[in-house]
Design a protein around this ligand. Sequence first.
Ligand SMILES: Cc1cc2nc3c(=O)[nH]c(=O)nc-3n(C[C@H](O)[C@H](O)[C@H](O)COP(=O)(O)OP(=O)(O)OC[C@H]3O[C@@H](n4cnc5c(N)ncnc54)[C@H](O)[C@@H]3O)c2cc1C
Length: 319
Amino acid sequence: MTEGPDSAACDVLIIGAGIAGLSAAIYSTRERLCTRVLEKQIPGGQILTTARVENYPGFPEPVGGMELADRLTAQARRFGAEILTQSAVTRLEPRQDEGFIDAWAGQVRHRGRTVILAVGSEYRRLGVPGEKRLTGYGVSYCGTCDAPFYRGKHVVVVGGGNTAIDEGLHLLKFAGRLTYVVLAERFTGAQISIDSLSRQGDRAAAHFSSVVSEVLGEKKVEAVRVRSVKTGLEQVVPCDGVFVFIGLRPQTEFLRGVVDLDGEGFIRTHACTLRTSVAGVWAAGDARAGALKQAATAAGDGVVAALMIKEHLRPRPPA
Ligand SMILES: Cc1cc2nc3c(=O)[nH]c(=O)nc-3n(C[C@H](O)[C@H](O)[C@H](O)COP(=O)(O)OP(=O)(O)OC[C@H]3O[C@@H](n4cnc5c(N)ncnc54)[C@H](O)[C@@H]3O)c2cc1C
């Protein structure tokens, strides 16, 4: 490996320019800490994929995900954050003896006195025709975010585990009725949640041993095609929205064996300080084990990590 032109050490190296990384950058730069953000694509992260955010504090009217990302990026740049795009970090190398952590983006070494891992996670997608095109127009991955848009409507929920059931129960505070599409032969979530769902009677129906094979609609979701994996038979189920709860995948593969991850690959941190198992490395946002996976909580995590780093880097008086 060779050192590249961007290898000068900075105080804070932030990996990921989603809401967590950008919020951390706003705080660290305002503390006059030299801050570099490495982003594998463009700044914004997951929120870029949603047309409207209704629950981010400070916006009484819904704000577009792209606008929110642009505002955060501009704010971080205004205080001096260096944001490098198309810089996917593939290796993290703590060099405790030297007091640095190296992050490699291809052949380029970036050196930080501290690191914030803000790499986020991706919702597992169905990977079927219509899904990508109609994301934000009836296809959703977040009940907490989007349930209020479906007041009195018919919603299809894909998945049968704990998240699918709990999010479905939340959806039923707004939606008129739900139809679950579950690959397994039965629900696999906690029995207490399954019991709550059963009490909803006709408002919650289910197709077991089934998958959604296509999302249908011109400008917004109008129906889904449901295929039985037992018989191969297909049917079109009209609906107003599709909520997909088939798991989350943290973007932490390159961290395996370097920082402590939980069984699903989320980064374990100290609950209050957000420190990881590696000295000088913090984690923030959706990639963190136990994160609430909301835009505002990702921002909060970024702020906590940056302020913890400020304290960590504060010069100490000689003993
Ligand atoms: C469709 C959709 C709608 C949503 N709606 C809402 C809503 O209405 N309200 C709400 O509160 N929340 C909503 N959310 C959730 C919210 O977007 C997330 O909780 C939040 O954006 C997480 O921010 P993050 O910074 O932790 O991670 P992310 O947004 O995932 O950002 C991580 C960033 O890190 C980059 N990255 C990853 N790996 C690397 C690497 N190795 N090197 C360099 N860069 C890397 C990624 O490219 C990405 O830009 C929604 C999510 C989706 C998908």
